[in-house]
Ligand binder design. Structure first.
Ligand SMILES: O=C(O)CC1=NCN=C1
Ligand SMILES: [Zn+2]
Length: 426
């Protein structure tokens, strides 16, 4: 008899069930809400989701064997999914905040050898165990904010060995922490100091040495590139992503974050990338291309806020039929946060997404952005038993109480890992 967890009598059960594939347009507003609903999880997999009455019937005599989680007065959603993080790193860059408040631009800090290169220095110096220790604390905080799966990129090593070290740390965390970690290789995050005068030589290193090594050790599912003016141009980005595709990596792209209409969105769509990320400055043609290719637009309103930039045009993307997902972009330079609940609020307040849309964008659509849409992101029979119980009367309160963490209980693969807003040991 398997381990049964019975999540009982939620005031609102947000199933997010529905047609296959990421949700678009009006589909982003269909949440599949069951008033007074219950979920039964057996051996980590959802075996029932529906009304309380039917749950009682389903369990019948086996209720006595179940661990009952009282969800009365709670809103129950799928575990939140963060599809874009740089969460594996050492050090911090709080000094840059004051620099930027004095008017120094993010990209100029990088050009001066700070920014990503600052974190690269501290990440290269850190042993793998130290990387795991520091990053594990961030994963604990993600869990306390209702996040049960994250994507995690490399890109602070910028040498073959240090990129492999970062990805091994991601693998170790995936094994030792309740949160599932989906790894992305991002050696093309910045050109390191030692290649400052030979950026093409660094692209050669990424293509000829880093990608084959990461593929050989099976350390990443995705390849991502910072396609940006002053970082990697579209020709370099294309070369790296085409090489990655040839080695079996699925593709992502940091696109149109800083320079207007740099062509990242168009490139992501042309290469059939699973997702394009940031898109603050995407062109109208780029948005249309994303809609046509079905590439998920991963929007990062926290980053726009932290960089004091206007956010991505989420409304026109949704209206164009682009599947939209949300993320913290957790990283020490442009978005030092793990709070997906705050990102939901920021998406409403700065990009005019609705409460229903931001929930879809942080669950099922975020799951599809990392290739996990058939496994997580909704409360449906056969999916992984990842749930969050929020202290809220209804789902609209999640983005409404901005800056507050309403997470009460988190269940990961059927096991309670956060209770009363506190991590459960073991
Ligand atoms: O600054 C960082 O560490 C992360 C980042 N990569 C591209 N934009 C922000
Ligand atoms: Zn990023």
């Amino acid at each position: 008899m398997g381990q049964i967890t019975y999540v009982k009598s939620a005031s609102q059960l947000i199933c997010m069930d529905g047609e296959g594939g990421p949700r678009t347009g009006r589909g982003m507003s269909r949440l599949g809400i069951i008033a007074s609903g219950s979920v039964v999880i057996e051996d980590g997999i959802i075996v029932f989701a529906g009304s309380d009455a039917l749950a009682e019937q389903y369990l019948s005599r086996r209720q006595s064997e179940a661990e009952i989680v009282d969800a009365r007065g709670k809103v129950v959603t799928p575990g939140l999914v963060d599809p874009h993080t740089h969460a594996i790193f050492a050090g911090s860059r709080e000094n840059e905040l004051e620099l930027r408040l004095q008017g120094v631009k993010y990209i100029d800090i990088l050009k001066r050898g700070g920014g990503i290169l600052n974190t690269a220095r501290s990440t290269r110096e850190a042993a793998e165990e130290e990387l795991v220790r520091q990053s594990r604390l961030r994963l604990d905080r993600f869990l306390l904010h209702g996040v049960t799966t994250i994507e995690a990129k490399s890109g602070y090593g910028l040498t073959v060995q240090d990129e492999l070290k970062q990805l091994r740390a991601a693998r170790a965390l995936n094994e030792l922490h309740p949160i599932d970690v989906v790894p992305t290789f991002m050696g093309a995050h910045a050109v390191p100091e030692e290649y400052r005068n030979n950026p093409e030589g660094y692209v050669d290193l990424v293509v000829n040495e880093m990608l084959p090594a990461v593929a050989e050790y099976g350390l990443a599912e995705y390849c991502d590139v910072f396609c940006e003016q002053g970082v990697f141009n579209t020709a370099q980005s294309r070369r790296i992503l085409e090489a990655a595709g040839g080695l079996g990596f699925k593709l992502k792209l940091h696109a149109d974050e800083i320079a207007e209409g740099f062509g990242g969105a168009e490139l992501a769509a042309e290469l059939g990338a699973v997702s394009a990320e940031h898109l603050l400055k995407a062109s109208a043609e780029g948005v249309q291309a994303l809609a046509k290719s079905g590439t998920v637009a991963v929007l990062l309103p926290g980053t726009a806020l932290f960089l004091m930039e206007r956010p991505a045009a989420a409304r026109s993307m949704i209206e164009a039929g682009v599947p939209v997902a949300l993320s913290t972009d957790c990283n020490p330079g442009s978005s030092p946060t793990v709070s997906m609940p705050f990102i939901l609020s920021a998406a409403c307040l700065t990009m005019r997404m609705t409460p229903a849309e931001v929930l879809t964008a942080s669950t099922i659509n975020a799951a599809y952005a990392i290739g996990r849409g058939e496994k997580i992101g909704s409360i449906e029979i056969g999916k992984q038993g990842d749930l969050v119980l929020f202290d809220a009367d209804n789902y609209r309160q999640l983005p409404y109480y901005y800056g507050m963490n309403l997470v009460h209980t988190v269940i990961k693969k059927g096991r309670v890992v956060v209770k009363g807003g506190v991590l459960v040991d073991g």
